[in-house]
Design a protein around this ligand. Structure first.
Ligand SMILES: CC(C)(COP(=O)(O)OP(=O)(O)OC[C@H]1O[C@@H](n2cnc3c(N)ncnc32)[C@H](O)[C@@H]1OP(=O)(O)O)[C@@H](O)C(=O)NCCC(=O)NCCS
Length: 179
């Protein structure tokens, strides 16, 4: 996956490099809201630890080895500010390939980074994986990601539905013209 902007790097996860940044996203006051906006249920959110973040990053590498997920850390100004991941297996009823993103550091939101990184992931799915479509979902309440994905050409893929935690999701898709 190649970044479309010279100021944004997309790097293979590295537990030693990235874990302290990930911890800082979730320890700051906005961290809880970030996890909620991603669709984590309130009662499932546990306090982050450095070891826990390292374990998550190693899990990303294991998933990549098993060809289940491709994760790239978003690095700007020498700081790991978020992550983008392409899931290659059906997860939570979302067909593969699906793309997910989080700019964990709020200081870097609203600067066009999310849209640029999403476009890089879309380009990868189209040009390297040659998949005919991308599926994903977002909370109905997350208007920012909804606006971003609409801007990239995603359209609604059916009606919103509620999960077992009472969260309401909108399925969306992007048809890719191959060739
Ligand atoms: C959602 C997220 C990835 C967007 O990334 P970003 O870098 O902040 O967004 P960008 O600056 O690239 O903006 C892209 C588009 O998003 C929308 N957007 C961005 N900030 C917005 C805001 N505050 N209000 C409404 N729409 C907004 C706009 O449509 C914007 O396009 P425009 O600039 O042409 O108007 C990022 O804010 C984030 O990670 N938030 C927390 C976690 C999350 O919600 N992840 C997605 C879970 S499905």
């Amino acid at each position: 996956m190649q970044s479309n902007r010279p100021d944004i790097q997309l790097l293979v996860p590295d537990a030693e490099r990235d874990a302290s940044f990930a911890l800082s996203w979730f320890e700051r006051p906005e961290g809880h809201a970030t996890l909620l906006s991603m669709g984590n249920a309130e009662d499932e959110i546990e306090p982050s630890t450095l070891e826990g973040e390292k374990a998550t990053l190693r899990e990303f590498l294991d998933l990549e080895k098993d060809n289940k997920q491709m994760t790239r850390m978003i690095v700007v100004d020498g700081k790991t500010i978020g992550a983008v991941w392409i899931e290659l297996f059906e997860n939570h009823g979302v067909k593969p390939p699906s793309i997910h993103i989080m700019i964990g550091n709020p200081e870097y939101r609203g600067k066009g980074i999310g849209a640029s990184v999403m476009q890089s992931a879309v380009d990868y799915v189209k040009d390297v994986l040659h998949a005919p479509a991308i599926y994903t979902r977002h909370l109905v309440s997350n208007t920012i990601v909804s606006n971003m994905n609409k801007g990239l050409g995603f359209v609604e893929d059916g009606e919103p539905y509620s999960d077992e935690n009472g969260l309401t999701w909108q399925p969306i898709k992007l048809e890719l013209s191959l060739g």
